[in-house]
Design a protein around this ligand. Structure first.
Ligand code: 1GP
Length: 252
């Protein structure tokens, strides 16, 4: 187990975690730098970097570099495919979209990226990635068969399969910008079968959202859009403060 994963494990014993996702396709290096600095000051636990469309190459590298220069938070890549790798990050979620209908997103992109992960010295953290309705862009791009919102047992079965396949994290994803987050009932049932940490993201944008998802059993709450599209730094700070409050008020 590498440095970033150990950091997550140690922290998770004591508190619920909040990760901010920055998509280089939506934020400039300048904005990413400011948001990362603010995130660290306000108590965010790590920065995830990635996206389904265009978070690659120089665009990705420049955002990762800007984040590294302005904060000491761990940087974790959240790649849409083998294109989403940057040598400037600390770690990556080595994720498999288990409910994709396309083997490219289950094992293909992973094979194409594997040598570069090794060459760059990135810390891979194996993760089962599950798309829940509506799934938004990542559901469409990833050829997912999204898990119906009222079928928590399907989500639990996939999550447990992920754990038994050796994945050390499970991520329930409603899709970036989803009108509502993964249902609390689904989070609860998935958490009840798992021994590995559970990450939940997509459509979480307020104190209430963050708090109820944490209470339902998420160990790590991810927010992207709420911060990226706040419109101003003042508004981003306001939103970030309330989301962090919601996450941290819930004890493990
Ligand atoms: C998307 O789960 C993340 O991959 C975050 O979603 O942008 O809706 O916060 P939002």
């Amino acid at each position: 187990i590498g440095k970033v994963e150990s950091y997550i494990h140690e922290k998770i014993e004591k508190e619920k975690l909040h990760f901010v996702l920055l998509d280089p396709d939506d934020v400039s290096p300048e904005l990413a730098s400011k948001l990362a600095k603010m995130s660290e000051e306000l108590g965010v636990d790590a920065i995830m970097i990635g996206g389904s469309t265009g978070a690659e190459g120089e665009v990705l590298d420049n955002v990762v570099k800007a984040i590294k220069e302005s904060s000491n938070l761990p940087t974790i890549l959240f790649p849409g495919s083998h294109g989403g790798l940057s040598k400037y990050a600390d770690a990556l979620f080595f994720m498999s979209l288990l409910n994709s209908t396309n083997p490219f997103f289950i094992t293909g992109a992973q094979a194409l990226g594997a040598f570069r992960v090794k060459l760059y010295g990135l810390e891979p953290i194996p993760m089962a990635y599950l798309i829940v309705e509506p799934g938004e862009t990542v559901g469409w791009v990833g050829d997912a068969k999204p898990i119906p919102r009222h079928k928590p047992k399907i989500a639990a079965a996939y999550a447990l399969a992920g754990q038994y396949l050796g994945m050390r994290l499970v991520y329930l994803e409603a899709g970036s910008g989803a009108p509502s987050h993964v249902p609390n009932e689904m989070v609860k049932i998935v958490k009840s079968v798992l021994d590995v940490p559970l990450i939940v993201g997509g459509g979480i944008r307020s104190y209430e959202d963050a708090k109820e998802v944490a209470m339902a059993g998420a160990d790590i709450i991810v927010t992207g859009t709420a911060i990226e599209k706040a419109g101003s730094l003042e508004e981003a700070e306001k939103r970030l403060r309330s989301i962090i409050k919601g996450v941290k008020e819930v004890k493990p």
